[in-house]
Write a protein that binds this ligand. Structure first.
Ligand code: ATP
Length: 304
């Protein structure tokens, strides 16, 4: 499979602020891609450029094989976007909102009704369709946002912090819908999120820092590169742990030692079997990756 997004040397500044600097990356067709970074890292700027809503200073961007400068219409047709803040019209009913949106893509009449019916099924919208948007809860609105983004059957779905503030049921429904569409239709998903457990499910991840790529890879590659392995020790004493000669963190019913990798954990355990009577080994999580990637920059004394 080819690339759904190809970005080469992308730059964008707002006056003196270099929001995105020489960004180069690709998103493969069909993958779940997580685009991470602290507030202000340049995520929205990149997304707005990909969607042709914002002009770039330099570089090239193509989506689904179409260049954003040469074929912006084709790019827009390939993309569905769920923005951070809902962009839906308050007084109109859900149905009217979806209908006016669909008309922009030439989807009308029976075709529109069939599409709404399909999306209602997936997103459990049936009871909401005749209600005015302003009367809906945050979670209900979010489901409509997603339906709206999917109306024209995009090949690429961009989700900009889609689950922020959502209740667990709506969050689960959203991920189920995304998973189904990926499996059934090969949908590519471009996600930004501050929830690292969501990023951990991605096929590949980029962490942006001040408009530049600070780390990239699969969650496993990132964990191996940016975190150690944790050994949690149970049924032991502070003296025994101190005897290992490594820094240990005291937990409620246990101690935790962090070692560079699994090989180091194995070596340590084999050389002190009397201390490691009851233990577990876990890899660092994506939270650790994110904090280490963005935090190391701070320690390195870069401009923050
Ligand atoms: P967030 O998660 O908060 O949305 P982000 O990673 O999407 O952050 P951007 O919104 O792309 O980051 O912002 C990147 C940088 O560009 C920030 O320093 C921001 O203050 C600046 N910026 C964004 N939009 C504008 C604008 N219209 N005018 C001036 N500066 C801007």
């Amino acid at each position: 499979m080819g690339n759904m997004i190809d970005i080469r040397g992308l730059c964008k500044a707002y006056g003196d602020i270099q929001a995105v600097h020489d960004l180069t990356f690709s998103v493969r067709e069909g993958e779940l891609f997580a685009f991470l970074g602290e507030n202000g890292a340049g995520k929205s700027t990149t997304i707005n450029i990909i969607c042709t809503a914002l002009s770039k200073d330099s570089g090239t961007v193509s989506v689904c094989g179409a260049d954003i400068d040469r074929e912006p219409e084709r790019v827009r047709k390939a993309i569905g976007v769920v923005y951070q803040g809902s962009r839906l019209d308050g007084p109109l009913s859900v149905w009217d909102n979806l209908e006016s949106r669909a008309a922009l893509y030439g989807i009308t009449g029976a075709e529109f009704r069939a599409r709404v019916s399909e999306l209602s099924e997936r997103l459990e919208l049936r009871d909401l369709l005749r209600r005015p948007l302003r009367k809906l809860s945050g979670g209900q609105r979010r489901r409509i946002d997603i339906a709206r983004a999917l109306l024209h059957r995009p090949r690429l779905l961009i989700l900009d912090e889609p689950t922020t503030g959502l209740d667990p049921q709506t969050r689960k429904l959203l991920w189920q819908v995304v998973e189904d569409l990926r499996r059934e239709e090969g949908l590519t998903v471009f996600l930004t999120t501050h929830y690292m457990e969501e990023a951990a499910e991605a096929d590949s991840v980029i962490i942006l820092d001040h408009g530049r790529i600070a780390a990239e890879g699969s969650p496993l590659e990132l964990k191996n590169a940016w975190t150690g392995d944790h050994i949690t020790l149970y049924n032991t004493t502070a003296e025994e742990v101190a005897g290992l000669g490594l820094p240990a963190e005291k937990l409620r019913d246990a101690f935790r030692i962090t070692v560079p990798d699994t090989a180091a954990a194995t070596k340590l355990i084999l050389s002190h079997p009397e201390v490691f009577r009851d233990y577990e080994i876990t890899k660092g999580c994506m939270d650790d990756v994110f904090l280490n990637v963005t935090g190391r920059k701070l320690e390195g004394g870069e401009e923050k």
